[in-house]
Design a protein. Structure first.
Length: 440
């Protein structure tokens, strides 16, 4: 049995714009890790067996949710000498052994714990090898170790020669093959389905290939019908306007990355009869494109093709983000952690970048990375806000994030499902941070 906690004298940011930040509050967390009560510190009596933690002068808000990560890597960029193909080969032939898989899982666990200590209490992992993500999720659920809440997709679904194929994806070339691949992932215990509708920057061999359409509308529709039958959401990797159109028509629930929109696309995002909830949300990942696109190649060591594809994808994705804000399309927050230059510990960079590139303010962005993300991922009954009956997934900050989002870079305490981490420790990668600081 866990301890109950009383977090005393907090300044609470609820993660819900309708509720104003409150001062001098106490939050009671019961032994099951749920929020039992919230009230003014003077009014609330603390059960005698609860541990009291004084939060005076600090800020408490819901734990961060990262809606787009991969756990298999830490964001340290591949050097020029290691081509993606070589890396994929290595993953499949070296890691697909008993020892290899255990090495991989240890690394995934380390990345998940890094994210947790950086304030990310929920991660949606969208593409991993060998269903190690499913195992990791189950170990956390069984309390084998304290980790973030994980939602996992297992392998991508892709087409022959498509993004992530063959090592990171199950390949299907017709609606029925695609349906079968949904069933395979479901049988292996995934929480959601991740599909690749277009190519991607990491494995594109020429400029323009990243956004090239790969999956057909019929294949997307078959996947969505099969997943929705089980109440499961479909996330679509898409890096071009035509790709977004096909994905939306097919009925996906989230567009990952995204691209510039036209009128048909704006309408379909807001009202999509084929999506599970009747709309489709956008999860941009600006962090995945920005450094490779903007930093000099002598620093990033990426190829000319990667730089140019990053620039094309980033520019179009940013236009999509600005349109989503303008047309009030539901938008969440993801980073694509694991990709080159995207670490598991600096989701604040995504929020800061979004703030600079749109008219969104800190409270709106904080709501997106907590409450709105939980709604999009279908877990808002469990987490995403500080509310009675919800899981105690929260973070404590020394500085006010509403004044400066960079306050999120320095987490004082983290609680996930009532497990309190009093002194979170994140091992940062200095050489990566120094490069990123040049453009942040
Ligand atoms: Zn990704």
């Amino acid at each position: 049995m866990k301890t109950g906690y009383a977090l005393k004298n907090c300044q609470v940011i609820y993660g819900d714009m309708r509720k104003k930040a409150d001062t001098n509050m106490t939050i009671l967390i019961n032994e099951q890790g749920l929020i039992l009560d919230i009230g003014k510190s003077n009014d609330l009596s603390v059960p005698s067996n609860y541990e009291t933690v004084d939060i005076s002068g600090k800020y408490v808000m819901p734990g961060l949710i990262n809606a787009h990560v991969h756990l298999f890597a830490d964001g340290k960029p591949f050097s020029l000498s290691v081509r993606e193909g070589v890396l994929n080969f290595a993953y499949h032939h070296i890691l697909d052994t008993k020892i290899g898989r255990s090495v991989l899982k240890k690394r995934m666990k380390k990345n998940a714990i890094t994210a947790l200590h950086a304030g990310v209490t929920t991660m949606r992992s969208v593409g991993e090898f060998f269903y190690q993500d499913v195992q990791l999720r189950d170990e956390i659920k069984a309390n084998e170790f304290v980790g973030p809440n994980l939602l996992v997709s297992g392998y991508f679904l892709s087409v022959t020669g498509g993004h992530g194929a063959p090592y990171l994806a199950l390949v299907g070339d017709s609606p029925w093959e695609a349906r079968k691949n949904v069933r395979i992932n479901v049988k292996n215990g995934v929480d959601l389905i991740k599909i690749c509708v277009t190519g991607g920057v990491t494995d594109a061999k020429m400029v323009g290939e990243a956004g090239r359409l790969q999956m057909t509308e019929e294949e997307v529709a078959a996947i969505c019908k099969e997943a929705h039958k089980l109440g499961m959401l479909v996330a679509a990797h898409v890096e071009s306007t035509e790709g977004v159109r096909i994905a939306l028509r097919g009925g996906v629930d989230t567009i990952e990355h995204g691209a510039e929109m036209d009128e048909e696309i704006i309408t379909l995002y807001k009202k999509n009869p084929n999506a599970l909830k009747g709309y489709t949300a956008l999860i941009p990942t600006l962090q995945a494109g920005y450094p490779s696109a903007k930093l000099d190649r002598s620093l990033t060591k990426v190829s000319e093709t990667v730089k140019e594809n990053s620039r094309l994808v980033y520019d179009s994705m940013l236009k999509g983000v600005q349109q989503a804000v303008k047309y009030d399309i539901k938008m969440g927050i993801g980073t694509d952690a694991a990709m080159p230059f995207v670490t598991h510990y600096d989701i604040w960079r995504e929020l800061d970048h979004l703030m600079r590139q749109t008219n969104l303010n800190p409270i709106q962005l904080i709501e997106k990375v907590t409450k709105v993300n939980a709604e999009i991922l279908g877990i808002d009954d469990l987490t995403g806000t500080i509310e009675l009956g919800k899981q105690a997934d929260l973070i404590v900050l020394d500085q006010n994030p509403l004044d400066n989002l960079k306050a999120l870079a320095d987490i004082s305490m983290v609680m996930v499902k009532g497990n309190l981490i009093k002194a979170p420790a994140v091992k940062k990668m200095k050489e990566v941070d120094e490069l990123l600081d040049l453009v942040w």
